[in-house]
Design a protein around this ligand. Structure first.
Ligand SMILES: [Zn+2]
Length: 59
């Protein structure tokens, strides 16, 4: 049966949701990219690596 997308998003793992909306306690070890954060995107980056979305180094 067809499921409404919002129903799928509500039950999908955070890694499959893209926008991170409503997710503030993701169990991911790392830092949020400040550049993406300014644009409203929560992108988790491992300290010392570069953001996979915009390439900003995160320490
Ligand atoms: Zn970024």
């Amino acid at each position: 049966m067809y499921q409404h997308p919002s129903v799928i998003s509500a039950t999908a793992p955070p890694s499959m949701i893209g926008n991170g909306e409503g997710i503030t306690t993701m169990p991911v070890p790392g830092r949020r990219c400040p550049a993406c954060l300014e644009r409203g995107n929560t992108v988790w980056v491992i300290p010392g690596k570069c953001c996979p979305q915009c390439g900003t180094p995160v320490n």
